[in-house]
Design a binder for this molecule. Structure first.
Ligand code: PMP
Length: 368
């Protein structure tokens, strides 16, 4: 067999975890709770479900390849023009489009250690260099394992065509404030595309947390990505988007598959944008849940990375494998994050109080 390009040889496949039903069957348990993929415990908005169901009746017709209505609505939301929106099959696809548009052998992408796993994936898949900047130290008072923007900037040279910044980052839950992040963006060469990944944007309630879609007039090399997978509870439909200058969107659009976003996702996504109540409820439950879970973990004497997302990553202080397995046997599915360079750590998605209680009980038992 011919070897794949070097970058692909160096990749390990993304580990998405088993479906809940499969696990239940394998373990002989019922009602497992999946807290492994940062999904919305409230599910999708009923408005989205209804719109998606209606769209299914036209499943014989190709979707709108330009996403006309959804792009118009998103443009209005962000105060930009529809020509500045690029829709993706999840924001992951947008990240991949960025890599396919600007990266190639001889070119490099910079991102932080412990950053979202898809950045190295899309970079190495096109045989570009994945250049990892050291993160902030484990004992940093506010942002342990967070992005170190100075370290990232120091790694940028003429080969670097893309920089990926997750704000907040998964799996650390750390975040960057407006002043620091804007200084970083301003310092980037105009030939380097800066991707700010805001998958968890709606959950963040810090006063200094920026909405970087408002910076696009100032920085023609900026791309902001968002998703319907988290706060909108539509992860299963795969819908995300980029907001950028029209010139950048034009390039992404050349690379994009003609019908990359399916009709059900487009219809459901559009309807979801009307359900402000669902979003507010999701934010409120998450706020309570992050407090509950973080406090309980600290009470157990565990080190918790302060999170502004819908998940909490903590140090089990031991090999996390047996802890993970023991919780699994209790029907609680979490996520080991050793592959993110966080040995000893587990990540848990914050859910309803009942689910959080169940996780905490299973963890106590596993650690005992
Ligand atoms: N960025 C970050 C930081 C994420 O955690 C995720 C989801 N795991 C994504 C992007 C991708 O989300 P999706 O492809 O579902 O839009």
């Amino acid at each position: 067999v011919t070897l794949a390009v070097a970058g692909v040889q160096g990749l390990s496949p993304y580990q998405p975890g088993k479906p809940v039903a499969t696990l239940e069957r394998e373990l002989g348990i019922t009602q497992a709770v999946k807290l492994a993929s940062n999904e919305n415990p409230l599910g999708p908005s009923p408005l989205a479900v209804e719109a998606g169901r209606a769209a299914l009746a036209d499943a014989h017709v190709y979707p709108d390849g330009n996403g006309f209505e959804l792009k118009a609505r998103l443009a209005e939301r962000h105060g930009v023009t529809p020509e500045q929106i690029t829709l993706g099959n999840g924001s992951n696809e947008v990240l991949e489009l960025v890599a396919r548009t600007w990266l190639a052998p001889g070119r490099a992408a910079v991102f932080s250690a412990h950053a979202f796993a898809v950045y190295p994936l899309v970079t190495q898949a096109v045989d570009a260099e994945a250049r990892v900047a050291a993160a902030l130290p484990a004992d940093h008072p506010e942002q342990p394992f967070g992005h170190d923007l100075d370290a990232m900037q120091a790694r940028v040279d003429g080969d670097v065509r893309v920089v990926f910044v997750a704000n907040p980052n998964n799996p650390t839950g750390t975040w960057l404030d407006a002043a620091a992040l804007e200084a970083f963006v301003a310092a980037m060469p105009v030939t380097t595309v800066v991707v700010i990944d805001e998958a968890y944007f709606e959950y963040v309630e810090e006063a200094e947390y920026p909405d970087t879609t408002q910076w696009l007039d100032r920085y023609p090399n900026l791309i902001v990505t968002r998703t319907f997978s988290k706060i909108q509870g539509l992860a299963g439909l795969r819908l995300g988007y980029a907001v950028s200058s029209p010139a950048i969107a034009d390039l992404l659009n050349r690379v994009r598959q003609p019908f990359n976003v399916n009709a059900i996702a487009q219809a459901a996504g559009l309807a979801a944008l009307d359900d402000h109540e669902h979003v507010e409820k999701s934010v409120a439950i998450n706020r309570e849940g992050v407090r509950q879970v973080s406090a309980a973990l600290r009470e157990l004497g565990l080190r918790v990375i302060p999170s502004v997302g819908n998940f909490v990553t903590f140090d089990t202080g031991r090999d996390p494998g047996p802890v993970y397995d023991a919780m699994l046997r209790d029907g609680v599915i979490t996520r080991p994050v050793e592959n993110y360079g966080l040995p000893g750590h587990l990540r848990v998605t914050v859910s309803t109080r009942a689910d959080n209680d169940r996780f905490l009980a299973a963890l106590k038992k596993a650690l005992a």
